[in-house]
Design a protein around this ligand. Structure first.
Ligand code: MLT
Ligand code: MN
Ligand code: ZN
Length: 295
């Protein structure tokens, strides 16, 4: 399968439009590339493409990705569907950009499909086919997708909605190559359900929002406010620290671990930082927007 990292920043992107922090000021310098908001495109055959999340940056991401160019007919597009991991605005507002796409399939966790406030708006523009993720999904081209609920973090617009399976991770398997990728950009803690997706994974794209648990005070960050329903104060498991995700990765050698959804406060944004060295020592990495992986 081909997997393109369309965007690798958390909500707000990097640099963030209203942030003058030292990191945002350096965005675009060598080793500190600007990053658009998190999302992935995946395809088994290079013909049928599926988006994992739809960020507000989706228009620019599609235009920057040759594989997603429209054609061959004047209104044809290789984009066949969208799989949402959650209902956060940085993962869903791009659906408004796709409005009117005929027959688009959108897979979403049940609570998200029921609560996403733009759904009624978008449904007025085209006949979309909304589907759940409780059962395995087979995508065009033969990709096999399994979802697992990994967090109950509700978007802030749904703060009063019932607790439930708001956030999933996806395991995507290509039977033709035997390759397997896991996408988990919204991880509040490390649940057993995530481990259940990992056997045989070649690549894991993991929530890298924050380096440390105390990164936020005094720093501007779109993802800064505690999310209701979050099981950590931030709703994102930090990378560093004894309980952080990097410690878990060290115990799980095998897949290529790639951090994504980086907040503008995260020192991992700087390729020359000590945290990046620590990442490399653990066998993990951060990749630029536009990187294509063949799995
Ligand atoms: C998150 O990842 O926690 C959200 O994107 C936060 C936000 O929407 O600001
Ligand atoms: Mn986010
Ligand atoms: Zn900043």
């Amino acid at each position: 399968m081909r997997l393109v990292l369309l965007g690798t920043a958390a909500g707000g992107g990097f640099p963030q439009w209203d942030c003058a922090c030292a990191l945002c000021a350096r965005a675009g310098e060598p080793g500190v590339p600007a990053r658009s908001q998190d999302g992935v495109a995946v395809s088994a055959d290079g013909t049928d493409w599926y988006l994992l999340n739809a960020s507000p940056d989706l228009r620019a991401q599609v235009l920057a990705t040759p594989a997603l160019r429209p054609g061959p007919g004047p209104r044809d597009t290789p984009v066949r569907g969208v799989l949402l991991t959650d209902g956060e605005l940085d993962h869903t507002l791009g659906l408004a950009i796709l409005r009117g796409a005929p027959g688009l399939r959108v897979w979403a966790p049940g609570p998200v499909a029921g609560a996403f406030p733009l759904r009624t708006v978008i449904d007025g523009y085209g006949q979309w086919d909304w589907r759940g993720v409780d059962a395995p999904v087979e995508l065009g081209g033969g990709l096999e997708v399994t979802a697992a609920v990994i967090s109950g973090k509700r978007p802030r617009y749904a703060a009063s909605a019932p607790v439930g399976g708001w956030v999933v991770a996806y395991r995507i398997h290509d039977p033709a190559t035997g390759g397997t990728a896991v996408y988990a950009p919204c991880l509040a803690e490390w649940p057993d359900a995530l481990d259940g997706l990992l056997p045989g994974a070649d690549v894991v794209l993991l929530d890298g929002t924050f380096w440390t648990a105390d990164e936020l005070p005094g720093a501007a960050g779109r993802a800064a406010a505690p999310g209701p329903g979050a099981s950590t104060p931030m709703g994102h498991l930090p990378v560093d620290g004894p309980a952080g995700s990097l410690a878990r990765i060290r115990e799980r050698p095998g897949p290529r671990w790639v951090y994504t959804h980086l907040n503008n406060t995260n020192p991992l944004l700087d390729a020359g930082s000590t945290p990046r060295e620590q990442l490399a020592a653990a066998g993990a990495t951060v990749l630029d927007d536009g990187t294509e992986l063949h799995i």
